[in-house]
Design a protein around this ligand. Structure first.
Ligand SMILES: [Zn+2]
Length: 254
């Protein structure tokens, strides 16, 4: 019976995020499914870290300051699935009796999503000019694959925050596997973002970015990476890496 109420709560919460303009219509529908799976199978144990991820990510995205010219667009279904799809699958695994390993995977994927978001939002504003993978040439703030000390520090803090939230809420997973998983996901995100993720250059103004259409409206030319590996695909891979790393560390300790 509790699972039913948690599921109803998840759907109501997704509706509220749509009303607030944090998610668009498709994003809210995807969030309702992700939230219902996590809350329905774990209750508050998974709901607390999920809420910590969602609220802190949204609020950090609204901090003033250098945003790389990005708008605070409502998140769409593809972004919700890229960040929460792996966690939803792990929640389904818990419902099917997967136990502690699946709980580690759930929290590890959420920690990876949180680490990436905190690193991006803080690094873009306060990280100066990041270097590609941390040691390569300097990039524009917010560029995929760019690594700064400030952004990395914020990302590790975000992963630790989810790890502690999960432990405090009674998810049944230690904080260390989740924090390590989140940090591994952050690393995977940076490495993919700086190597295999599609990168486009605008022939008109020379601007570079991860989307084919530049801010000035001209269609960019792909200069690096795989055309299908966009930002959402990288986030999905990073959350999967976070889940796998947390699962491995958790299994090693048991
Ligand atoms: Zn341009």
């Amino acid at each position: 019976m509790a699972a039913l109420w948690y599921t109803v709560g998840a759907i109501a919460g997704a509706g509220a995020t749509w009303r607030l303009g944090w998610l668009d219509r498709t994003g809210a529908a995807a969030a309702a499914i992700v939230g219902a799976l996590i809350l329905g199978s774990t209750g508050s144990a998974g709901g607390v870290p999920l809420a910590v991820f969602f609220v802190t990510s949204t609020l950090l995205g609204r901090l003033p300051g250098r945003g790389g010219g990005r708008r605070h667009a409502a998140r769409s279904a593809s972004q919700v699935i890229a960040n929460g799809g792996v966690a939803a699958c792990a929640a389904a695994g818990i419902a099917l009796g997967g136990g502690g390993g699946m709980a580690a995977a759930l929290a590890g994927s959420l920690a990876a999503a949180t680490a990436d978001t905190w690193a991006t939002e803080v690094g873009t504003r306060y990280g100066g000019r990041p270097r590609r993978l941390g040691f390569g040439p300097q990039l524009a703030p917010g560029a995929s694959g760019g690594v700064s000390l400030q952004g990395t520090g914020a990302g590790v803090a975000g992963a630790a925050c989810i790890a502690l939230a999960g432990a405090a809420a009674g998810l049944g997973v230690g904080a260390w596997p989740v924090a390590i998983g989140g940090t591994a996901g952050l690393l995977a995100d940076s490495v993919l973002g700086g190597t295999l993720q599609a990168l486009y250059r605008c022939p008109a103004c020379g601007g570079q970015g991860d989307v084919p259409r530049d801010a000035c409206g001209v269609r960019g030319v792909r200069v690096r990476g795989w055309p299908w590996l966009d930002n959402d695909a990288v986030n999905l891979a990073a959350t999967l890496a976070g889940a796998a790393a947390a699962l491995c560390v958790h299994a090693f300790r048991h």
